[in-house]
Write a protein that binds this ligand. Structure first.
Ligand code: NOJ
Length: 574
């Protein structure tokens, strides 16, 4: 008996440190845009200490991981995506010691921390680039340099490639007497992944942050990493009504989605797997950002990405989409995810209009609910959980390089400032984001009423709905249950999840007025389901049965029914 106890204890100790290979499979990833989340030192710019002071909120919304947009040293031309030192923190955001404190607190709260990794380019202030200009070895080959094309005796860029922010993707450098490639701002020279030394440098960056306790990386603009080795011109697109040098005026077959990207990603997957095996830690999460076709997105799974961002809620669906459009796209994603991997649902991010602006408030809550009841990972952008909306900017107020370079008449089509305003914590100065009245971007004027404090613990608020919706994410029925999506009629999308005795059944109404239907025609009967969450105005109360009669789905709203055991927020062992 004594020996048995001893053996059991020993096993327990070794199990206590067990690696959880599935930790990321059915979770919420919460994106924090550091400049706008919480200002800890009163300078009007968000920072690491601010974020650390608010980590309880991240845990409160049910997230398992937070993804930090870049906090690296940066001249802030593209607000952190132009990096001048990949292994240090920008003074705007704090220090490496602040970062360590953030990680330590995240650990205590059982939150994983994901860093943004920006491999495509550095800042032009990066010492590598400064040395590359002067052809110092090996840095001379770290960037994509080309000779000018001479046409009628005049210097021209080597080809017709365009920058995402408009205008030629080539910039002349008078010291090196060559053009360098920049697929984004002029201050963001593209790195050259055909160079082995550069490849190794970037791997060292990944290791540096893993050593500091990072649990994974969101890889920014991954599909821009390689370009055609022959530097061929791209053909013109058939888009009309846009300037000749607008990015969308070309079809990007030579500057995006090149096959080598997947090969490089595989090498990063290997590096991270070796790291977690060696340190006996949970596998690192890789999330990849590529706005591309469905097939090329899915291909990232096979190259080692756990979360090839699924942007369907951002660029394929909107407030005019029908129930059928949603069904078709969701079915396709779920069907094509490789065996053993999980789907993901990106609700919003810092590069696009906010979900409540794209879909309208009611339907935005529907989209959030959808992301929670689907198998896999829900990616939530800070502020969307309280229903923050875009703020309108004048051209004079615009700071985003994508907006500024589009000019006075077109900035509103390109600027991402509207979705990046400071987080609205309460109704005090600068919405509780900063003690300073003037913040780096203005606070949205609706903050007096739309803020976390006003919504917390109050029935029928955006936040309350969010929290109810997210409760089911942690349940086995969402992780492992069968999924059945049907149209109850052309305006009603019905989603059913079932696992053992647990069931979830949601009716989404795709119409701007309430729809009343006969309960018996839609609910699976005999029904043991109770109302779980209601999106929109309704008399239905959570926890009540609807055994017969009619059900009214609120305008652009939804009703989620579930087996009563799912009303509590148990964290199941998935
Ligand atoms: C991806 C980021 O999400 C975006 O904000 C940035 O502008 C581009 N990378 C270019 O740096």
């Amino acid at each position: 008996m004594f020996w048995l106890t001893l053996v059991t204890c020993f096993l327990f100790v070794s199990w206590g440190t067990a690696v959880d290979v599935n930790w990321y499979k059915n979770i919420i990833v919460y994106q924090i845009y550091p400049r706008s989340f919480k200002d800890g030192n009163g300078d009007g710019i968000g920072d690491l200490n601010g974020i650390t002071s608010k980590l309880e909120h991240v845990a409160d919304i049910g997230a398992k991981a937070l993804w930090l947009s870049p906090i690296y040293k940066s001249p802030q031309v593209d607000f952190g995506y132009d990096i001048s030192n990949f292994t240090d923190v920008d003074p705007n955001y704090g220090t490496l010691a602040d970062f360590d404190r953030l990680i330590a607190k995240a650990r205590r709260l059982k939150l994983k921390v994901i860093m943004d990794f920006v491999p495509n380019h550095s800042s032009n202030q990066h010492p590598w680039f400064q040395k590359s200009i002067r052809k110092v070895k090996p840095y001379d080959q770290y960037y994509v340099w080309r000779d000018a094309k001479i046409v009628n005796g005049k210097r021209q860029p080597p080809n017709n490639w365009l920058s995402n922010f408009g205008g030629s993707a080539w910039q002349w450098n008078d010291v090196r007497k060559q053009y360098y490639l920049h697929q984004f701002a002029t201050a963001q020279p593209d790195l050259n992944y055909r160079n082995t030394a550069l490849n190794q440098e970037m791997k060292n960056v990944l290791t540096f942050w893993m050593n500091r306790g990072v649990d994974g990386f969101r890889i920014a603009a991954i599909n821009f990493m390689f370009e055609d080795a022959k530097f061929r011109d791209e053909r013109r697109s058939n888009k009309t009504g846009i300037p000749k040098d607008d990015y969308d005026s070309l079809v990007h077959i030579y500057t995006k989605d090149q096959n080598e990207t997947y090969v490089t990603l595989k090498s990063w997957r290997k590096l991270m797997d070796e790291y977690s095996n060696r340190t006996k830690s949970d596998p690192k999460l890789i999330l990849t950002e590529a706005y591309t076709t469905h097939d090329l997105t899915i291909k990232y799974y096979n190259a080692g990405s756990n979360v090839p961002f699924n942007f369907m809620f951002i660029n394929q669906l909107n407030n005019e989409s029908s129930a059928m459009d949603f069904k078709r796209l969701i079915d396709k994603w779920v069907r094509t995810v490789p065996k053993g991997s999980v789907p993901n649902w990106v609700v919003g991010n810092h590069d696009n209009h906010r979900v409540a602006t794209r879909f309208g408030r009611g339907r935005a809550d529907d989209v959030i609910l959808m992301s929670m009841i689907m198998p896999g990972i829900s990616v939530i952008y800070n502020g969307d959980e309280i229903g923050m909306v875009d703020r309108k900017f004048t051209y004079a107020e615009t700071v985003d390089p994508a907006g500024c370079s589009a000019g006075r008449n077109r900035y509103h089509l390109k600027s991402r400032d509207p979705a990046r305003t400071p987080y609205q914590w309460n109704n005090s100065t600068s919405a509780g984001f900063s003690t300073k009245a003037k913040t780096w971007l203005p606070v949205h004027s609706d903050y007096k009423t739309l803020n976390l404090e006003a919504q917390r613990d109050i029935y029928i608020t955006q936040y309350e709905k969010f929290k109810k919706s997210m409760m089911v994410k942690k349940r086995a029925v969402v992780a492992h249950g069968s999924l059945n999506i049907t149209l109850c009629d052309s305006r009603i999308l019905c989603v059913m999840r079932a696992y053992g005795r647990d069931r979830i059944f949601v009716l989404f109404g795709f119409i701007d007025v309430p729809i009343t239907i006969d309960a018996e025609t839609v609910l699976p009967f005999p029904s043991d389901l109770v109302v779980h969450t209601v999106i929109g105005d309704s008399e239905l109360r959570p926890g009540t049965f609807v055994l017969s009669g009619s059900i009214t789905i609120p305008a652009s709203g939804a009703i989620m029914f579930a087996t009563p055991n799912l009303l509590s927020s148990n964290d199941e062992n998935l």
